[in-house]
Design a protein around this ligand. Structure first.
Ligand code: SAM
Length: 196
């Protein structure tokens, strides 16, 4: 428990220094490669202008705004200091409070990766957060949920979140599945949903 936390803190410090020095600050892990080389580019390649919300910001996600330069890219994080990693359209708040900042049916895509079990932890809060995702996605809009199927990150499992049952599991064409499990010790899973 302590070792991963220390490793995570050291990694964050290292990435912050790299960014400050103008060096690339990116993570090179299997799940990150799936996110950055498959999932995000697939949304970015869409011809119609998408309004996206990326949930939870870090030094290594700061460059995602460039991927979506042709779209309207929003970010949200409750920690005020993380604004520096957020986009031009950044919200300082928890996902569960999205309704204080956006109208219903506002977004085309919401990507919530590495947040469930990483701060979004309490069952009621998790349910409120995904209820908000459903409300603020347009009909046909898509939710990507990336999470680690290891304790304690999976203390609240998506399988048990009633708000996620508001959505339909949807095949994400580039990966040809509704649920993509990345091989590796952190058992990262990407779930794909659509608002019907
Ligand atoms: C491990 S980082 C993940 C960052 C990024 N989303 C990624 O793909 O790796 C977790 C981030 O989620 C943020 N977070 C925690 N609780 C949240 C909530 N209720 N709503 C939105 N973001 C939250 C934290 O402040 C932190 O910046």
């Amino acid at each position: 428990m302590i070792l991963p936390a220390v490793q995570g803190a050291l990694r964050a410090v290292s990435l912050t220094f790299r960014r400050a020095l103008g060096l690339p600050a990116q993570l090179d892990t299997a799940d990150r490669r799936v996110l950055e080389q498959v999932i995000l580019p697939a949304f970015a390649a869409r011809r119609t202008r998408q309004r996206l919300l990326f949930v939870g910001c870090a030094a290594y996600t700061q460059h995602y705004e460039q991927i979506f330069a042709a779209h309207e890219y929003w970010t949200i994080d409750p920690v005020a200091s993380r604004r520096r990693y957020g986009s031009r359209h950044h919200i300082i708040d928890g996902l569960q409070n999205l309704g204080d900042h956006a109208e219903a049916e506002f977004f085309d895509v919401i990507v919530c990766n590495g947040v469930l079990g990483w701060g979004l932890n309490l069952p009621g809060q998790v349910d409120a957060a995904f209820t908000a995702c459903h409300r603020h996605l347009r009909t046909g809009g898509e939710l990507v949920l990336g999470w680690n199927d290891v304790a304690p990150r999976n203390d609240v499992s998506p399988n048990d979140v009633s708000a996620l049952k508001l959505f339909r599991a949807a095949i994400f064409a580039p990966l040809e599945t509704t649920r993509f499990a990345v091989a590796g010790s952190n058992r990262h899973i990407f779930d794909f949903f659509v608002k019907v």
